[in-house]
Design a protein around this ligand. Structure first.
Ligand code: 5AD
Ligand code: SF4
Length: 440
């Protein structure tokens, strides 16, 4: 390897938007030192940003590591090399790092979720010393880092990091640490910067955005109100909301002009008994009350959710309560998951773990119901004219999102990413809408 700063990197990202955003910081740091991004075949450095939310996320990582190992082997045969870096949530699991140390000698750099700002220094060090560099922190202050965004027309901006909720199934409080809020100035500054570079939409990110607390006592409403004042910013989204912290005041904020009519509000289960064992701090009645309030503000607000089936001790009756809640809440879309035992979480030691086959049956039943409801809700859009922001163009086929975050496919010429266009919907499916662009 010759000139260190002429090296090329490739970043592979698993998991949620937090990880996607972290990868944009990693890219920002490497770019600020003159490195450039490239395909994995052409890269000198590969960074794998890992997720540990469920067991299959961990498995995917090991699969990718196998592929990377072969690429590195081939390069080495030709006298070349590949610096292999792994980071992200899995690296905050001590057992994973021990395993990597013992079984994966070709991994050169290991760092965690609290020190991605160290990526460049660690890479340089491993190249210079030819030794493996491992640096994991248990906790750290929020750091401001350069960013190289995947999309220019829409920006993800962190408002909180970490989580204090300790839902009994969830590994996030262990991998991302305690909740910290970023200062409102920094949030608004990053948003305004993104807008000046062409962003029309911002999505504010946090494990639980509703519990945002700025250094001068500002709350989540203040973030949205202040961001609304940014000229040129047209769409504001946020995720994830936690029902326990979603006050009436925060629900009312949905009626602000630039706030998009969509809320992602994970319910996890429709059984109050299970919700208690999950440590969610709300019951089914409270959740349905919130849903009613949201729909009474505007019945077209889209509500999406996350649901886990097969949480320990979930009975057929508990599960039927989930189905019933889904019917009542009329979700526009949902992510459904089979419960996955995570190391060190409380639920991993609960009695009454549910059989995999039974879990699969419940998963399929729930998916069918959700699909029917999404389809019904999407059909309501047929004949409507909606504003779609373009995310993807292939030939004359474009794809984008409606204000409700519905995926909309349409035919259009001479359009570009970030355009916000009028589309008249003529077809609906359970997972998307399609239509025709209406010329102005
Ligand atoms: N098993 C299954 N699903 C989980 N989630 C979090 N932890 C687990 C787990 N151990 C789901 C929750 C959460 C989403 C991001 O992932 O539904 O809202
Ligand atoms: Fe995990 Fe619960 Fe925190 Fe969400 S709120 S990240 S599910 S502990």
């Amino acid at each position: 390897m010759n000139d260190i700063n002429a090296l090329k990197y490739n970043i592979i990202t698993f998991g949620c938007q937090m990880n996607e955003r972290d990868s944009e910081s990693i890219a920002g740091i490497l770019k600020s030192h003159g490195l450039t991004s490239a395909s994995i075949e052409e890269a000198d450095i590969v960074v794998i940003n890992t997720c540990s939310i469920r067991e299959n996320a961990n498995n995917k990582f090991y699969g990718t590591l196998g592929i990377v190992k072969n690429i590195k082997k081939k390069l080495k045969k030709n006298g070349d090399d590949l610096v292999v870096c792994v980071c992200g949530c899995m690296m905050q699991e001590g057992e994973v790092v021990e395993d990597l140390k013992a079984r994966f000698p070709f991994v050169d750099v290991i760092f965690g979720t609290h020190n991605i700002d160290r990526v460049y220094d660690l890479i340089i060090k491993t190249i210079e010393t030819k030794r493996r560099e491992i640096e994991i922190l248990e906790n750290a202050e929020i750091k401001e880092m350069p960013v190289d965004r995947v999309n220019k027309h829409k920006a993800f901006v962190n408002i909180t990091f970490g989580c204090n909720n300790f839902c009994t199934y969830c590994i996030v409080p262990y991998t991302r640490g305690r909740e910290k809020s970023r200062s409102l100035d920094k949030i608004l500054g990053e948003t305004a910067d993104a807008v000046s570079l062409g962003a029309k939409e911002v999505t504010f990110l946090g494990q639980n955005v509703n519990s945002y607390r700025g250094e001068n006592g500002e709350n989540f409403r203040d973030v949205l109100v202040e961001a609304s004042k940014i000229q040129g910013l047209e769409r504001i989204r946020f995720m994830t909301s936690h029902p326990k912290d979603l006050t009436d005041e925060l629900i009312d904020v949905m009626s602000l002009d630039k706030i998009m009519p969509h809320i992602h509000l994970p319910v996890q289960s429709g059984s109050s008994e299970i919700l208690k064992r999950m440590n969610r701090h709300y019951d089914r009645e409270r959740y349905l009350e919130i849903i009613d309030k949201i729909y009474s503000l505007n019945e077209d607000i889209a509500i999406t959710t996350d649901i886990i089936v097969g949480f320990p001790t979930e009975t057929e009756e508990d599960f039927s309560k989930t189905l019933d809640l889904v019917r009542r809440a009329r979700f526009d879309a949902a992510f459904t998951f089979m419960y996955s035992k995570r190391r060190n979480t409380k639920a991993a030691n609960f009695d009454g773990q549910v059989d995999r086959v039974e879990m699969g049956r419940r998963f399929d039943m729930l998916s069918e119901l959700l699909k029917d409801i999404s389809f019904e809700k999407n059909k309501k859009f047929i004949g409507r004219r909606i504003k779609v922001m373009v995310d993807k163009i292939e030939g004359d086929n474009a794809e984008g999102r409606s204000p409700e975050f519905k995926l909309v496919k349409f035919y259009g010429k001479n359009i570009k990413k970030g355009d916000i266009l009028d589309v008249v919907v003529d077809r609906a499916s359970p997972f998307s809408l399609s239509g025709k662009q209406e010329q102005a």
